[in-house]
Design a protein around this ligand. Structure first.
Ligand code: DON
Length: 580
């Protein structure tokens, strides 16, 4: 009865939730919905020393407090990440994974890969049902969709290598937020009410996100005691507090209960990896971003190399010519991504070639300035994904910059809360290809590189990025949004470099997306005039409008005085910048 009531209330809350922080999938809409809107941005948040910008202001403040008490940007990023697991549960996590890109004050760069892995028992046909047919449900919404989580190992590795504060001081704020609770905003109350009402088959999920079976109201205090206990164990025992002992046992038991594969051995074997970032240049700026298992850095540098050959400034921001050239670069890069990019620990990826200026010249020669190409005949479509993941950016007083994007994959991941441990599990296995050779018109790719194999990491689009010029830090950028991430991050960079926007304008400006297949441009509602749409259609493009694309919480350095300029994405209701 209570569950039923929750479902109804949860559904009623969905509209609010979609338009605010939950960023649920937005399908492109009919073109007559296009109405151009001028974007007027607030000024960025300014501070002289440090800045943290995340999709929840409480988490930004946790990071800022770490900077204030002498921690560096890596420390602040770790504390922000643990806090996000409490206050932004749809994407902030300890049961998921992600990437951290770091630039040190002396210009050195590195990246920490804490992407989830396939369990030891994984195999390429694991998403088939008992009739041998591919099952989208198994792939994306089951215990088999859960990858071995990486977040806690990633934060522990980042701390061990580059942190300076006490580990316990970085986890304690999250323990407090979970144990003592915090006041729910309207959008968060609506969002957790929705998930509690929608998944009665997972009692621990309902128990976490509902108040004795009833939805929480805005203004109520929300406590997460099981999560507080798990975080306390991580605070005392570091990564072992998650990957061994009680937490690992509870997770493995839930896998057995629900037919999943992850064992205590899988957890004990998980290792975060330090990797060399992808580095490119664009009009004299250095671009630093994530290597495989993310496709983000490669695809973004490939596109920027292609676009460097055009005078985008003269074309005008979001003009038909601009959108056309971006869409053609996106079409090519997403084709290469689908065909060639996967976990480098398992597959040879031609990184040098894909990110070279000479390859970009060849690609440019194939682009017609006034006619859309047609995406390849293999008819491999890629589905739109949900828009839950989260990005935050940190800069400290010394100029150390940290760019973190991490995720549970879908909003609230698999929706499975580990009973007794209070945290959500990801559904990241859905980022592996479905089945060998299965390429369909409805969204599946059957190429070999990104098939599920024991301990392989699934391909990602997350693109935490850092921009520098002449040895100086310029900006820290990133976004959620599935495959749109790469294009959202690139457009913030273009807005800074080609259109001289301030960081808040660069973040807020309307964005577009093309991902090779489906062969269409989607543009955020309000982003273009009907005349521009007509010009694009005359060139052979299919154009659709969509809801918001990405949440690019960013930081930029004011070149005149070194101030940190924080730009929370105005699309994210609870986002905020906290400066120091
Ligand atoms: O790693 C990836 O690319 C995806 N699992 C990210 C998912 C995502 O961004 C969904 N929503 N924002």
């Amino acid at each position: 009865m209570r569950i039923k009531q929750l479902v109804i209330l949860g559904l009623a809350a969905l509209a609010a939730a979609c338009s605010q922080t939950t960023q649920t999938a937005q399908q492109p809409q009919a073109i007559d919905a296009v109405v151009y809107e001028e974007v007027v941005s607030a000024p960025p948040v300014r501070a002289p020393s440090g800045m943290v910008v995340a999709s929840n202001i409480m988490a930004s403040q946790v990071g800022r407090n770490v900077l204030r008490s002498g921690g560096n940007a890596v420390d602040a990023a770790i504390a922000t990440g643990f806090a996000m697991a409490v206050v932004h549960p749809s994407a902030g996590n300890i049961g998921g994974g992600g990437f951290m890109v770091i630039r040190f004050p002396d210009g050195r760069v590195t990246a920490i890969d804490f992407r989830e892995k396939a369990p030891l028992a994984a195999h390429s046909n694991m998403f088939l049902d008992e009739n041998g047919e591919y099952s989208r449900d198994i792939h994306h919404n089951s215990h088999l969709s859960v990858g071995v989580p990486g977040t806690v190992a990633g934060f522990a590795k980042a701390h061990e290598q580059y942190g300076s504060a006490e580990w316990s001081d970085l986890v304690q704020p999250a323990v407090d937020l979970a144990g003592e609770g915090f006041t729910l905003t309207q959008s968060l109350a609506a969002s957790i009410g929705f998930v509690a009402g929608r998944y009665p088959q997972y009692p621990a999920t309902v128990a976490k996100f509902a108040n004795n079976g009833l939805p929480y109201e805005a203004g109520e205090v929300w406590r997460q005691p099981d999560l507080a206990n798990t975080l306390t164990s991580i605070m005392h025992h570091g990564r072992d507090g998650f990957y061994k002992g009680k937490t690992a046992r509870l997770l493995a038991e839930e896998m057995v209960r629900g037919g999943g594969m992850i064992t205590e051995e899988d957890l004990a074997r998980y290792e975060a990896q330090e990797r060399e970032p992808i580095q490119g240049t664009y009009r004299g700026y250095d671009i630093i971003s994530m290597p495989p298992p993310s496709s983000g850095g490669i695809a973004m540098v490939e596109m920027l190399n292609v676009l460097e050959g055009y005078d985008l400034t003269s074309m005008g921001h979001n003009s038909a010519a601009y959108i056309h050239h971006l869409a053609e670069a996106m079409r090519i890069a997403f084709r290469d991504r689908a065909r060639l990019v996967a976990d480098v620990d398992f597959v040879d990826v031609p990184i040098e070639h894909l990110t070279s200026k000479s390859y970009a010249r060849e690609l440019r020669a194939t682009i017609d300035d006034s006619r859309a190409a047609v995406s390849a005949p293999e008819d491999i479509q890629q589905p739109y994904e949900s828009f839950e993941t989260t990005h935050y950016s940190v800069v400290d007083g010394d100029g150390m910059a940290v760019s973190v994007t991490y995720t549970l994959e879908a909003g609230y991941g698999s929706k499975i809360v580990v009973p007794g441990a209070g945290f959500l599990l990801n559904n990241e296995m859905g980022d592996f290809n479905a089945q060998p050779g299965l390429t369909t018109a409805t969204g599946l790719i059957g190429t070999d590189g990104n098939l599920a194999r024991p301990e392989q990491r699934m391909l990602s689009s997350m693109t935490p990025a850092i921009l520098a010029k002449d040895g100086e830090l310029v900006a820290v950028v990133g976004s959620p949004g599935g495959r749109t991430i790469i294009n959202s991050v690139m457009q913030v960079i273009l807005n800074i470099i080609d259109f001289d926007m301030n960081i808040q304008e660069a973040v807020d400006a309307r964005r577009l997306h093309h991902q090779w297949l489906p062969d269409r441009i989607s543009i955020e509602a309000g982003g273009v005039t009907p005349e521009i749409v007509a010009q694009l259609e005359a060139m052979g493009h299919t154009v659709r409008v969509r809801g918001s694309q990405g949440r690019t919480n960013s930081v930029m350095i004011d070149a005149r005085n070194g101030d940190r300029l924080g730009a929370p994405d105005s699309r994210a209701g609870d986002a905020g910048a906290a400066g120091n």
